[in-house]
Design a protein around this ligand. Sequence first.
Ligand code: FVH
Length: 317
Amino acid sequence: MASETSGITLVGLGNMGAALAHAFLKSGRALTVWNRTSSRPSVAEVIKAGALYEPDFAKAISANTIIVFCVLEYKNIYQGLEPLVTSDILKDKVIVNLTNGTPKDARDADKWLKDRGASSYFDGGIMVTPQNVGTPTSVVLISGEDEELLESSGVKGLLSTIGFPDYKGEDAGIAAGYDIALLSGMFGMFIGSLTALAMIQKQLDRTKKTAGANKAKEITTTGGLTEVVTTYFNPLLTALIPHNELLAAAIDNNDQDNNHGNPMEMMRIAMHNIIRGCEEEGVDAENLRHFAGLADQVVRLHGPDSGLAWVHSLLLK
Ligand code: FVH
């Protein structure tokens, strides 16, 4: 059984893997690392910080009981291990997989690795960017096995060097479910932001064109999109972030008719205006079309004064 001071093998020294390596080294752990591309600058950096780079994948896996994977996708793990599993290379290994994937990916990995000798499998999602690894705001969602083993295997202590280890349950897929849920919120925000920036771009171009045609009304638009984001867009989004809690509470409390001052019919019409406006201005609004369709359904089912939280019930299949 590995202890708090046991050595670790880390597979993957991309942006996140490298941040993990530095956090592990900072905590005083002996670290063996492997990365497909040995010339990646992070490899030299972690060697300089004290890690042992093992170019032979099999030797890197054999070096320690706890193996942490942080690669682009799950199939990279199988690609590396597949040629080796005829040996007992995975026997008694404690696998910690921090690669992004689906709950099914995690459950499949749990079975695949244990069928080939691994003693335990934990699957996690790191909920911060590499720059914030090891800071007080960092959280690692983790699932699989049980909480007692998480602690006794030394994995909890190891994860604590990255961030707060938040154990979500024994099904290996649960942490991945949380991870992709939170990331879907992030990507949803970004596609909304990029649609907004495309529409603003059209307006900035128009402003410049008008100013060019009519010197008397010349307008300088020096700040571009950045100025618009700083002045209007980020303050608007910041003010709206607490509404996520109102939505969650409305769902928790079966209070979806509470519109918090924003009736669904008003928002539904606004969404269709945005789509129409995008079409008129030459901006792709495909991402909003589905949302507006859901808003139409909510008004049909629950009435014009209902609340946005009803959309949640339409998304559950
Ligand atoms: N970066 C972030 O903000 C997020 C935060 C939350 C967690 N994600 C997930 O972490 C996984 C790794 O992400 P990353 O940021 O380290 O990603 P990259 O910098 O692109 O590095 C990718 C590493 O994966 C290796 N790799 C790619 N393909 C293979 C392969 N076929 N066999 C072996 N290794 C492979 C790659 O190696 P190389 O290109 O240097 O040879 C890097 O080590 C990821 O799941 C995120 O979603 C990060």
